[in-house]
Design a protein around this ligand. Structure first.
Ligand SMILES: Nc1ncnc2c1ncn2[C@@H]1O[C@H](COP(=O)(O)OP(=O)(O)OP(=O)(O)O)[C@@H](O)[C@H]1O
Length: 324
């Protein structure tokens, strides 16, 4: 459904020297800086897949989604979505996909959401019966029936995002690009949006590419993740494999009752830290967890000893500095 080949986008920005004279100099001799927001990115996504698109701030995720949506042009490389070249911006392609930017609204603020939906029906030329059945299904799944006539500016952030999702899906796109759809939402709304996306993907086999900084979104929705860092793809594969890398280590946290530092760093592969309040955190290879725990307990009385998995966020952050 999505074929991306060596997609590259270089932004050229004017580099202003500091201060007044810097500005004047810039009038005569302009210096430009080039940023490769996406560099040689290639991947394929099959119909119905739900793929997580991960990377730190500024990695190039939004730039890639905008290229796939035809909003900006690549400097080089190609993309095809359901056989369409997004740069051609054909009407048939516009009907096929939707882009939801969590930080931007497409709904009219001073109108109730339902009015925006009617406008979208006219823009996309959606037949009346299809519009009604799509709207009924989406309103029911997202549980916003009571809010359709409320002015968008008066809705809560979570309700607004649900309305944005309805607006994006009314024309029944086959491909959905979601850029941080749960950003800023409280935990309950995040869950509601996640459940909706999972159901909708399964019901309609819509192909979804999702960026999110909330790992809960990725863990619940995506079996496969593509990780980019500084515009370059550094990992494409099963989320389970990333989790398995994390599984090679566990975190042991404890607090020696007498506040003493326990001499454990002589054990191979252990990364230890003790905070000023006496809490000790150890990153321990999984096969040494039992032995290390026994040593801690034998060394003296401890409070609150826990053994935890390495958070998936930390494992992915590690990927940013080295490939799996
Ligand atoms: N229109 C633009 N002009 C110049 N530089 C840009 C432009 N848009 C993006 N960039 C630069 O390209 C890089 C990638 O930005 P992008 O928004 O794609 O990152 P991102 O991975 O979506 O980050 P975030 O998680 O913060 O949203 C950044 O260094 C950004 O400053």
């Amino acid at each position: 459904m999505i074929e991306v080949r060596q997609l590259t986008r270089v932004f050229r920005t004017y580099k202003k020297q500091p201060g007044f004279w810097g500005g004047v100099k810039g009038l005569v001799r302009r210096e430009f800086e080039e940023t490769a927001a996406a560099k040689d990115i290639s991947f394929d996504i099959a119909e119905g897949e739900f793929v997580g698109f991960l990377g730190p701030n500024g990695a190039g995720k939004t730039t890639t989604l905008k290229m796939l949506s035809g909003l900006i042009f690549p400097t080089s490389g190609t993309a095809r979505v359901a056989g369409f070249d997004p740069t051609k911006r054909e009407n048939a392609y516009r009907r096929l996909f939707a882009l939801v930017l969590g930080q931007k609204n497409q709904l009219w603020w001073d109108l109730p959401a339902i009015e925006s939906f009617y406008l979208l029906r006219a823009i996309y030329g959606i037949p009346a019966d299809q519009f009604k059945s799509s709207l009924d299904e989406l309103v029911q799944l997202l549980d916003v029936g009571a809010k359709l006539n409320v002015m968008v500016r008066e809705l809560s952030l979570g309700e607004r995002m649900k309305m944005e999702l309805i607006a994006a899906l009314l024309h029944r796109p086959r491909v959905l690009f979601l850029d941080e759809p749960t950003i800023g939402l409280d935990v309950i709304s995040q869950k509601a949006v996640r459940h909706f996306l999972r159901d909708y993907n399964r019901r309609h086999r819509v192909t979804i590419l999702l960026t999110s900084h909330y790992m809960a979104d990725i863990k619940e929705l995506c079996e496969r993740v593509i990780v980019i860092h500084r515009g370059t793809k550094i990992y494409d594969g099963a989320l389970a494999r990333v989790e398995a890398v994390g599984g090679r280590k566990k975190i042991i946290k404890f607090r020696p009752t007498d506040g003493a530092v326990v001499g454990l760093t002589d054990l191979i592969g252990i990364d230890a830290a003790q905070t000023a309040d006496g809490n000790v955190t150890l990153h321990v290879p999984s096969d040494q967890v039992v032995a290390v725990s026994q040593r801690i307990l034998a060394a003296g009385p401890v409070e609150d000893i826990t053994i935890e998995d390495v958070p998936i966020e930390d494992v992915i952050a590690e990927l940013f500095t080295r490939s799996v």
